[in-house]
Design a protein around this ligand. Structure first.
Ligand SMILES: Nc1ncnc2c1ncn2[C@@H]1O[C@H](COP(=O)(O)OP(=O)(O)OP(=O)(O)O)[C@@H](O)[C@H]1O
Length: 535
């Protein structure tokens, strides 16, 4: 994906005075390994922390099985290498080799053939894995992936949590990412896979595996771009960690009383609140072992949350493992991410692999803005087959549309950043628990939200970026609220004039996936087409 695309869009985070976005050499992995903190401090793969939870006689065994014990050198401040140095550097040579490999080279692009219907891991796709350090044989071994969660040598209580969630085997991204994520010494990761393929579970598992439960201090920090996503991630942490002694704490608005110091092992928050808590000495960071940026491209984008996320990151200890995950990384952000997260293992997707096949994409020609509302009201019955999310561009449009729908006798929820936190939490809970079927929202919920019953996503307005240009990344995240983990789903784009049509066409071209027209004149036909797709 690229910001320098067909629309001539300027890079989203064009280099400014602060040097943001200055292109480094993407594959310039310079220092061979990061510091080994986990093994020394009782995280994954170390001797078990003391304390009742770990005091069983086989505790050391159960914590100690590591997929990749490593004799990594201690961290060193490695100066940027010269071109000569790079040529001589075995890591550089491997990276160059990896860069030059073609699709025929199995060890770089792993094609998984379909094994059966229904699961994400079963879909045929291609994931590219680049290790920051192929000179380390054990790393290379991990690269081949795992087939079961047992292969990771996790603590039995953590395994129990995973199976308790109904996960029978790792998804594709989990197969590839988890062995690299949990190995020692901890390595940074930049990971990409399609929406709804299990990235959250991968980083949550890693966070839980890194904690020394005998140490009463924050050791894992995850930042998400929105309150609702932070709450969802926390649910996963609690569910997966329910047999462990993990203590958790939100760092979102109105979650930490003034002056109170956080002692919980895992903290999940939004960047502004987290930075605020660090500044006020309420969130100690000196014991942090893992720092996760979910929706990382969004979190690093200077137009968005970049500044705050980077300030939080700069407070992390030097040996803290940094993990970035997203379904999308534009070229500009990817380049920047490499600078922010040095020596990272990289899992990436090709442009043509970004779309989730299970999501059928349609568009409807509307006569004007007002007609869009009429059409939405007319297809309300379809919206309530399962649940639906309707995305609009602005908060006031969300409120006005909700009012029109309500006036027409239809029940809808609205959630935007304009509402107070109590209202937002209530709306999200009502939707998540299925009490209401239709949610009208802005991009605040475009990313990460995982609700299996969402069968339909409507782009009432096409997504635009900060420069009012079509925004394919946001489009992909929006439609990715349906079709989760191998399910099918439908997305409908409303276009009502030449401009919105062209915006849609630009997105269609970007992903090379056809967006099919559905007539707005014939509601019986609409119903037939959509009901067939919303199984
Ligand atoms: N191994 C697994 N087996 C079965 N279900 C899984 C597995 N891993 C994840 N899931 C489920 O798949 C759904 C989607 O996972 P998740 O939310 O982690 O996706 P994601 O890749 O983070 O998506 P997004 O890009 O939208 O943030 C969740 O409901 C999760 O519980």
């Amino acid at each position: 994906m690229s910001n320098q695309d067909g629309w001539g869009k300027a890079p989203a985070s064009a280099a400014g005075a602060d040097g943001w976005g200055k292109p480094p050499a993407v594959s310039a992995v310079t220092s061979p390994t990061r510091g080994n903190n986990g093994a020394a401090n009782g995280g994954w793969g170390s001797a078990p922390p003391s304390g009742s939870w770990n005091s069983s006689s086989n505790g050391a065994e159960s914590w100690g099985k590591t997929p990749a014990p490593s004799a990594a050198p201690a961290p060193s401040a490695v100066p940027a290498p010269s071109e000569e140095d790079k040529k001589a550097d075995p890591v550089e040579q491997v990276i160059e080799k990896v860069d030059n490999l073609t699709t025929e080279d199995d060890d770089v692009e792993i094609t998984v053939k379909p094994k059966g219907p229904g699961l994400v891991a079963d879909t045929e796709d291609v994931v590219e894995v680049k290790l920051s350090d192929l000179a380390n044989d054990q790393q290379a071994e991990l690269y081949s992936g795992i087939k079961t969660f047992e292969d990771l040598g996790l603590h039995p209580e953590l395994l129990k949590g995973i199976y308790g969630m109904g996960f029978q085997r790792p998804s594709k991204i989990q197969e590839k990412a988890l062995p690299l994520l949990v190995s020692n010494p901890p390595k940074n990761m930049i990971g990409q896979s399609q929406s709804g393929t299990g990235k959250t579970a991968a980083f949550v598992l890693t966070m839980l595996s890194r904690i020394n439960y005998s140490l009463q201090a924050p050791q894992a920090l995850c930042l998400a771009p929105a309150r609702e996503l932070a709450r969802q991630i926390m649910d996963v942490i609690k569910e997966m960690g329910k047999y462990t002694p993990v203590e958790t704490q939100f760092a979102i608005k109105e979650s930490v009383p003034r002056g109170e110091k956080i002692k919980a092992h895992v903290v999940v928050g939004t960047p502004g609140t987290v930075m605020d808590l660090i500044k006020k000495n309420q969130l100690p960071v000196n014991n942090m072992r893992i720092f996760v940026l979910d929706e990382a491209d969004n979190m690093l984008d200077q137009q968005g949350l970049g500044d705050q996320s980077l300030r939080v990151k700069s407070k992390m200890p030097a040996d803290c493992q940094i993990v970035l995950f997203s379904a999308t990384f534009s070229q500009t952000i990817r380049t920047f991410a490499h600078r922010v997260v040095p020596n990272a293992n990289l899992i990436s997707l090709k442009q043509e692999e970004l779309s989730v096949d299970g999501i059928k994409q349609f568009y409807m020609d509307c006569k004007n803005e007002d007609h869009k509302v009429d059409v939405l009201i007319a297809i309300y019955g379809l919206l309530t087959v399962g649940q639906s999310i309707v995305f609009v561009r602005r908060r006031d449009v969300a409120a006005a549309l909700a009012q029109r729908m309500t006036d027409a006798g239809h029940e809808v929820l609205v959630l935007t950043g304009a509402q107070d936190v109590t209202n937002r939490d209530q709306a999200m809970d009502d939707f998540r628990d299925g009490r209401k079927k239709v949610l009208i929202t802005t991009n605040v919920l475009a990313r990460g939200i995982d609700i299996a019953q969402v069968h339909l996503v409507v782009n009432f307005d096409m997504p635009l970026d900060g420069n009012f240009r079509p925004d394919p990344e946001t489009y992909l995240h929006r439609i990715g609220r349906t079709g989760r983990f191998g399910r099918t789903g439908v997305s409908i784009n409303f276009v009502h004039d030449q401009k919105s049509y062209e915006e849609m066409k630009a997105i269609e071209k970007h992903f090379g996936r056809v967006i099919t027209r559905v007539p707005t004149e014939d509601y019986v036909e609409i119903e037939k087409i959509l009901k067939k797709s919303v199984k």
